[in-house]
Design a protein around this ligand. Structure first.
Ligand SMILES: [Zn+2]
Ligand SMILES: [Zn+2]
Length: 437
């Protein structure tokens, strides 16, 4: 082992994680193999439901989020990482995944060719907020968005997809909460009704709620301050103020979920953090996560495409946090076998001329698509075997002076400890037939 002599001058930015190539005790969830394992299952579920992948840049014009997420939200008013480029454009690291997708489908006119457009994405999002376990300034979001239909059956599909995904990765401890946040026809009356009801209590409520009262009254329902929660538990419920259309949509969603045997609870306080939601809002939580218990959530956003400059198009989606999923899996003790990155074959060479033969053989094996490696540090047999052991390579090929002279290699199966000499020309075939068994 090489000693690190200098002091480490840098660490990762606060509340941003490195995802590492090896598991580490207590932080297994930061093993890249686990991330791939979860991503693979997410892609597989999306594929099953007919969703296609979209990737958007990590930066967007700041105005996109001001317009879509809303100026009055915490995200836009204080949590974005902003910068100005050399052309004087105001840009932001994306704080959420939906608005960039909406921007992209409008720009590329995808809706014209695909009136029902079902998309998924896996990407990094950024929020400059107070960090804690399960709440990071950079986090990976996995999400789906479906455009072009106002049918509540599509809401049910998106919700069921989310529930299934969590089940696929072993999180059976999950609770689904649904609500309706109404539409531009019924929400304004509720907003006024809520304000009127809250007014006599406003002086005892927290500072944030006093601001929300003016800017975005519905967000008061999201408040976590216990005294405010207690006051607001008596507030009028949006569900009682829905217009005919919104009420029918909500009832129909419930019927679909019941038909799919997806258990749910109605959560009248659930409003989610964004301005753009209409009708369906939902959240999936897990008790194992503690105070940051949301695994993911989403909702319908029927006005968003139009607000962003596109044709009037209904839409619904959800996003979930990769880190929360992994932490929940670890808390639940879910054992998974991340994809093995160990080499299949490890080459050991003794002596300079054997070494160049080994390098040639290594290249041939790799060209055949077999994972193979050798030691570039250790010189002696013991050191090289130690590395083979550490890498857990199931096969070791040994070339020394004798093997070189005979045009053979020693082929060692590390699991059975059997060793035999085989002609160099047969090495690849032998590895392949070993792999089949
Ligand atoms: Zn309505
Ligand atoms: Zn409050």
């Amino acid at each position: 082992m090489r000693k690190i002599i200098n002091h480490m001058p840098f660490s990762s930015p606060p509340y941003m994680n490195d995802v590492l190539p090896y598991p580490s005790p207590g932080n297994n969830w930061l093993h890249s193999g686990r991330w791939r394992w979860v991503e693979y299952r997410f892609r597989r579920v999306c594929r099953c439901y007919g969703y296609r992948e979209i990737r958007t840049p990590i930066l967007e014009l700041t105005d996109l989020f001001v317009r879509s997420v809303g100026e009055g939200t915490d995200i836009v008013s204080k949590e974005m990482f902003n910068l100005v480029d050399r052309g004087g454009r105001r840009l932001s690291l994306k704080p959420e995944g939906t608005a960039p997708v909406v921007r992209a489908i409008i720009e590329h006119e995808l809706l014209a060719a695909h009136p029902l457009l079902k998309l998924y994405y896996i990407g990094q999002t950024f929020r400059n907020e107070r960090g804690q376990k399960g709440r990071y300034r950079q986090h990976q979001q996995l999400g789906v968005e479906a455009f072009g239909s106002a049918d509540p059956a599509l809401d049910a599909e998106v919700i069921e997809l989310a529930v299934r995904f969590f089940r696929e990765i072993g999180i059976t401890d999950q609770q689904l909460q649904i609500n309706s946040v109404g539409c531009p026809n019924c929400r304004p009356a509720y907003r006024e009704g809520l304000k009127k009801w809250v007014k006599p209590f406003l002086s005892e409520m927290c500072g944030d709620c006093k601001t929300r009262y003016e800017v975005n009254p519905l967000r008061m329902l999201d408040c976590k301050v216990p005294h405010d929660v207690e006051i607001l538990s008596g507030a009028p419920k949006l569900l009682d103020w829905l217009c005919e259309d919104c009420r029918e949509h909500f009832n129909s969603l419930r019927r679909h979920l019941e038909a799919m045997s997806v258990p749910y609870q109605i959560a009248p306080q659930l409003v989610r953090g964004f301005d753009y939601y209409t009708k369906t809002a939902f959240e999936i939580t897990s008790g194992v996560l503690g105070s940051q218990n949301a695994l993911g959530g989403g909702g319908r956003y029927d006005g968003l495409v139009e607000d962003c400059g596109g044709p009037a198009t209904p839409g619904i989606g959800f996003g979930l946090g990769m880190e929360r999923c992994l932490i929940a899996m670890e808390s639940l003790g879910i054992e998974i076998e991340p994809e093995d990155e160990a080499p299949t074959v490890f080459l050991v060479a003794l002596g300079e001329s054997a070494r160049s033969a080994a390098v040639r053989l290594l290249t041939e094996i790799r060209s055949a698509g077999i994972a193979a490696d050798m030691d570039y540090v250790g010189k002696g047999l013991k050191a090289q075997m130690r590395l083979a052991d550490k890498l857990k390579a199931p096969l070791v090929l040994l070339i020394g002076e004798n093997e070189l002279k005979g045009g053979v290699v020693s082929f060692r199966n590390m699991q059975t400890s059997q060793q035999e000499m085989i002609p160099q020309g047969e090495v690849i075939r032998r590895i392949q037939s070993w792999a089949k068994n």
